[in-house]
Design a protein around this ligand. Structure first.
Ligand code: NAD
Length: 254
């Protein structure tokens, strides 16, 4: 398995779902993990769940708050890995999406990455130059993006397509400086927010069936299907991979 020994990795939206599972997987791979989220109760329970021998620190961090991101970057040692996981699913078509909803999704799903990249990249590049070891950024996109269109994912698909474009641009700019940047494109993953979307549907049982029906393998992904790929892409085991939108979608895009 890929090792993250000696590396410090920061993860956004790490209190639940994919971010949380990724934090635990990075700890198991030997990383020093900085798990951040706005949901402090989730960070506390993550701290309880992390094995005592592992090196976890948690911090409340709103990815919409530039000053808080800059302050955290100033307080931390340089990172070797950054996983921008925070994101929100707007449910609806273009006619369901007013300017406020669009701005919220773009801010949380895309501009958040501008903020963390501007705050953490200088330290990552300097550290990579100093040690000769690579640095890796992983940005959360989705199969619902430039990869594939889905009904009622207008704002969401647009933001995740932007994440893929942003990722390729970062990869191109820093490919000679030891910094890699990739995007992750999961299929439908069973997480608390997916359960919330199912519960909010007019017919929740049917909504769950519909989510499963769009997965050719006949089941939803679990976070355990995704976290090992996060570790791999943050680790030096993926040292020849950059600028890629990596799909882990159970065959949706076959
Ligand atoms: P989730 O949606 O269940 O949890 C999201 C977490 O983000 C929560 O802990 C929440 O507190 C945190 N968060 C919300 N606003 C925040 C903010 N402003 N600053 C910091 N943290 C904030 O988790 P999930 O379903 O695993 O989704 C994580 C990411 O994966 C998202 O970017 C999502 O779009 C993406 N994704 C999810 C799926 C899926 O099916 N679940 C599929 C593809 C991509």
């Amino acid at each position: 398995p890929a090792s993250l020994a000696g590396k410090t990795v920061l993860i956004t939206a790490a209190a639940q779902g994919i971010g949380r599972a990724s934090a635990l997987a990075c700890l198991a791979a030997g990383a020093d993990v900085v798990a951040t989220d706005i949901q402090t109760s989730g960070l506390e329970s993550l701290m309880d769940e992390a094995p005592p021998s592992t090196r976890l620190r948690t911090a409340r961090l709103d990815v919409r708050d530039t000053d808080a991101i800059n302050a955290l970057a100033a307080a931390l040692p340089p990172l070797h890995g950054l996983f921008n996981c925070a994101g929100f699913v707007h449910h609806g078509s273009v006619l369901d999406c007013d300017e406020a909803a669009w701005d919220f999704s773009m801010d949380l799903n895309v501009k958040s990455m501008l903020r963390t990249l501007r705050a953490f990249l200088p330290g990552m590049l300097a550290e990579s130059q100093r040690t000769g070891a690579g640095a890796s950024v992983l940005n959360m996109a989705s199969m619902a993006s430039s990869v594939k269109g889905f009904p009622l994912r207008f704002a969401y698909g647009a933001t995740k397509a932007a994440v893929i474009g942003l990722t390729k641009s970062i990869a191109a700019d820093y490919v000679r400086q030891g910094l890699r940047c990739n995007a992750l494109c999961p299929g439908t993953v069973d997480t608390p927010s997916l359960r919330g979307r199912i519960a909010a549907a007019p017919d929740p049982a049917q909504a769950e069936k519909d989510f499963i029906a769009r997965q050719p393998m006949g089941r939803l992904a679990t976070v355990a299907d995704i976290a090992p790929l996060v570790v791999f892409l943050l680790s030096d085991a993926s040292r020849f991979i950059t600028g890629q939108a990596v799909s882990v979608d159970g065959g949706v895009t076959i």
